[in-house]
Design a protein around this ligand. Structure first.
Ligand SMILES: [Zn+2]
Length: 299
């Protein structure tokens, strides 16, 4: 009977700050991949897992950061390991960060004031953020408010832009590439899946809005890469971040598998529109080995 442990990476990079713990260094990523290659069969997310025999591991990335192509892909090519990157398309070619990176840059890069004021008819208030810990708390508060108030998010980010001058150099490491640059780096080791246009919580949207988000990213990626895009991952990916309607939209649009973001192992004949995934952090080889063994044991 086939069993698949799917790993979820976001970035392969070294970042000055990494509030959400999304980055794995290239050295650690290399060690992870080499050890997996020596110890497991590695399958692609798009494959028909019901044909599998025994235990396998699957590598995925969410969001579509440039470093997936510039730093992870050369390692995947060298070791001949397949992986899938689920790309959120709204910022492609825009020289703009994802909103959570923008929030992080706004709060940690530039702002020297102690009091930060955000105007809003419901939430408008002054926050005091005098040191790193207070900024971190503020980041978490605003992150949560933005997830839950997506229509206000852009207005708030705009207000933050005006707090102080933007230093573009601080943000470049978070920018996505443009369509031509992604195409030039593309190689079949790293296949592409969709991850919505604006990376919002789908369960908080109407069915029509969800369909626009999902279909919009699928069509743009198909146009960019000239391939059919047949797999999807839900932004944030927790059980409350999508609904049965979301799964139905994915089925209807021709996706044959979709990835969630809660730990677990997929086993033969299990649901294909809710594949569990296990988040990987910047662990060294020993810690990575222990975590992978633990993931298998916990299920
Ligand atoms: Zn994501």
């Amino acid at each position: 009977m086939g069993k698949v442990l799917t790993l979820l990476y976001h970035r392969v990079n070294e970042l000055e700050r990494d509030i959400n713990l999304l980055a794995v260094s290239a050295d650690n990523f290399y060690e992870h991949m080499r050890w997996l290659k020596e110890n497991y069969q590695i399958v692609r997310f798009e494959e028909d897992w019901n044909q599998l025999d025994g235990e396998a591991v699957c590598i995925t990335f969410d969001d579509g950061y440039a470093d997936n192509f510039t730093k992870a892909l050369p390692i995947l090519k060298e070791l001949k390991i397949p992986a899938t990157v689920f790309m959120s398309t709204g910022n492609i070619g825009k020289k703009r960060e994802f909103w959570w990176d923008e929030l992080e840059s706004d709060l940690f890069c530039r702002i020297s004031k102690d009091e930060l004021e955000l105007k809003d008819d419901v939430f408008g208030c002054k926050w005091i953020a005098r040191n790193r810990q207070e900024r971190k708390n503020l980041y978490e508060t605003l992150h949560w408010l933005m997830i839950n108030n997506r229509t206000k998010m852009w207005n708030w980010l705009q207000q933050m832009e005006n707090w102080e001058d933007v230093l573009e150099d601080d943000r470049k490491i978070n920018y996505l590439l443009d369509a031509g640059e992604y195409r030039a780096l593309y190689s079949p080791e790293l296949t592409i899946g969709a991850h919505t246009v604006n990376h919002c919580v789908l369960s908080k949207m109407s069915v029509q809005e969800q369909e626009n988000e999902i279909c919009g990213s699928k069509e743009m990626l198909e146009h960019m890469f000239g391939n059919k895009i047949e797999v999807f991952s839900y932004p944030f990916g927790g059980r409350n971040d999508y609904t049965n309607d979301t799964k139905e939209i994915c089925r209807k649009l021709g996706f044959h598998k979709a990835a969630s973001n809660f730990p677990g192992i997929w086993k033969e004949n299990m649901e294909l529109y809710e594949i569990p995934r296990n988040i990987i952090r910047n662990w060294d080889k020993e810690e990575f080995k222990n975590k992978i063994r633990r993931f298998w044991k916990d299920t």
